[in-house]
Design a binder for this molecule. Sequence first.
Ligand code: PHE
Length: 339
Amino acid sequence: MEENETLLSEAKKDADAAETSRALYEVKMTYLGRTGKISALLQKMKDAAKEDRPALGKKINDLRMKLEAHFEALEEKIKQRELEYKLKHERIDVTMPGKRKREGVLHPVTRVKNELIDVFAGMGFEIYEGPEIENEYYNFTALNTPADHPARDMQDTFYVTDEFLLRTQTSAAQIRVMEKKKPPIKILSPGRVFRSDDDATHSPMFHQMEGLVVDKGITLCDLQGMLDEFARSVFSDSSKTRLRPSYFPFTEPSVEVDVSCASCGGKGCSLCKGTGWIEVLGAGMVNRRVLENCGVDPDVYTGFAFGMGIERIAMLKYGINNIKLLTENDVRFLEQFKD
Ligand code: PHE
């Protein structure tokens, strides 16, 4: 009996001290839980004399009921208190402005690259990406660029070792593709290239997009047709192209390709320096020596290749006057390229 009384008052004391419903629950379990103190009392009943057991059982049961009632009342109180606290502190002001998430945008070089891939993929080109570290064979020799050619000079090319270098042009990929694949070939090769060059329109690292088509009966007309399509998609519906004779060791004939100035429509302005035309890329018919170097019979197959600077296209398209803006990562600049 006495034990019961102390247990009851202890339990009440512990329960009253609990401040949260979680704490109260824990106290409740130490008394009323399956391994709690009340259960322990019931266990002990086994030791009592048989005739005393019913009376004892009733006492313990009374105690349990009293405790249950006490806990219930407290639970109700604590819940009420917790609810009041929540209502007071977790109020939401639906008129407050939301937290704005700043969305990133694609870099102009990435945008132009994707756009070019879309245009040429639409004409059936596949993508092939070559390595950025090349050897002299792929970057120069196989491209019919002799050992004494000035482009090989240390001043233009970053050499890693005597033999290996950072590729100066994606044209190296032409060789890798033709070595592996027999015509018909129609590939597009985007990627980074490196040259020791640095001013407002040149940077030591930039991106190129190479195109290569090899098949029976490919002519310069096919090249111009595809480039017209490219100019209309990337610049404006009324863009035209013009081919001027030029020289690259790996193409013969070689051409420099101009696009009519989208800014003045060809009338002549400061952007096109009054000429109405803007130079955008180099191209030409694949030199038969290059085909031979790759085991392609130049009497059966012909091809064309072109290479354009992605930064240059981006600068023309968006009116960017300094190539450095493309690598400085100034958010104020980059943010302007939202769709
Ligand atoms: N590789 C040349 C350059 O970097 C461009 C080019 C590519 C010219 C393909 C002709 C054919 O200037």
